[in-house]
Design a protein around this ligand. Structure first.
Ligand code: PHE
Length: 345
């Protein structure tokens, strides 16, 4: 009888579980309290004959020790759980601030321009920054003696080769690649980094970024070019923006033109940003020269097209009135953090 009770209680103690301190105390009273089961066994034990005492003495003591150890263990465990259950943090406290990065002004402007032309149905194309002479100059109708082909203006990677490698001086090279590979009609814009061998100053840098565009189809006219640029200018600089086209020259377009937009700072009245003229120059453009179409295998009797190109640093300068081009490349956080447009995630 005694033997079974001891074994039963040992198993009970072994499997004992308590959720909190109150339950631990209840278990302790039930086993070891004045009227507890183990206390009861001890009382019974006292009445045993010496033989039986000998037989059960050790077992009953082991039972008591097991009960005490288990209660201790449960006490500790429920105390730890209680401590970790309570309110750990005050969630109404202000958080630790950390600074999010911001997008580079040139990236912001590039994205805006790309978004506008995407709406007009243009694709985006990219090409290599290290190009060959053919795609940067020859296919674009640059005569062999054109000054841009001089080491003074262009960074050459290899010289003395009939088609030397060089750092592209404009992303028109990507337009040549588009004409070579895309099916007509072509509507494409080419954003990218370009390189020119210029002395670095507030107004010039040897690295800058462009977005150039190309549209080729049947019956494309100068009126289409003008309308496309006007729509772009109004999306980019506001609905009241006017444009002005001045005759110009590029080897790859004929006729060619520079485009000015009305100064959105003084609204055309004249200020120090537009140098009192009321106009700001933003891009070059023109009708693609038939020689350029033919060089890429496009029938210039059937197809015509227009092209345009603009510098992103220049547009960002106008947009935020930045007065020194060098800021864009110095990665000074004081400058960069001024363009705190929210980053879309
Ligand atoms: N490629 C010219 C430049 O880099 C810009 C341009 C592109 C002009 C297309 C006319 C047509 O300055």
């Amino acid at each position: 009888m005694m033997k079974e009770r001891i074994e039963e209680l040992l198993a009970q103690i072994d499997g004992l579980k308590c959720k909190n301190a109150k339950e631990v105390e209840e278990a302790r009273v039930k086993l070891l309290g004045k009227k507890g089961e183990i206390t009861g066994l001890f009382e019974e034990f006292r009445t045993f004959s010496p033989d039986l005492k000998k037989e059960f003495g050790r077992k009953i003591n082991e039972l008591k020790q097991a009960a005490l150890a288990k209660i201790d263990q449960l006490r500790e465990q429920t105390a730890v759980e209680a401590a970790s259950e309570g309110p750990r943090e005050d969630l109404s406290m202000p958080g630790t601030p950390f600074s999010l990065g911001s997008r580079h002004p040139v990236s912001i402007v590039r994205q805006e321009i790309v978004d506008i032309f995407r709406k007009f149905g243009y694709d985006v194309a990219e090409g290599p920054e290290i190009e060959d002479d053919y795609h940067v100059f020859e296919a674009l109708n640059f005569p062999l003696n054109h000054p841009a082909r001089d080491m003074q203006d262009t960074f050459f990677v290899s010289v003395g080769h009939p088609n030397p490698l060089l750092l592209r001086t404009h992303t028109s090279s990507v337009q040549v690649r588009a004409m070579e590979t895309m099916k007509l009609p072509i509507r494409v814009i080419c954003p990218g980094r370009v390189f020119r061998n210029e002395a670095i100053s507030a107004r010039a840098h040897c690295i800058f970024h462009q977005v150039e565009g190309l549209y080729i189809d049947e019956n494309v006219t100068f009126a289409d070019l003008k309308q496309a640029i006007l729509l772009f200018a109004r999306e980019m600089f506001g609905p009241d923006t006017a444009i002005r086209m001045r005759p110009s020259y590029f080897p790859f377009t004929e006729p060619s033109s520079e485009v000015d937009v009305s100064c959105n700072i003084c609204k055309g009245k004249g200020c120090n940003i537009c140098k009192g003229t009321g106009w700001l120059e933003i891009m070059g453009c023109g009708m693609v020269d038939p020689n350029v179409l033919e060089a890429s295998g496009i029938d210039s009797k059937k197809y015509s097209g227009f092209a345009f190109g603009m510098g992103l640093e220049r547009i960002a300068m106008l947009k935020w009135q930045v007065n020194d081009l060098r800021h864009y490349f110095e990665n000074d956080l004081r400058f960069l953090s001024e363009f705190n447009t929210a980053i879309e995630v």
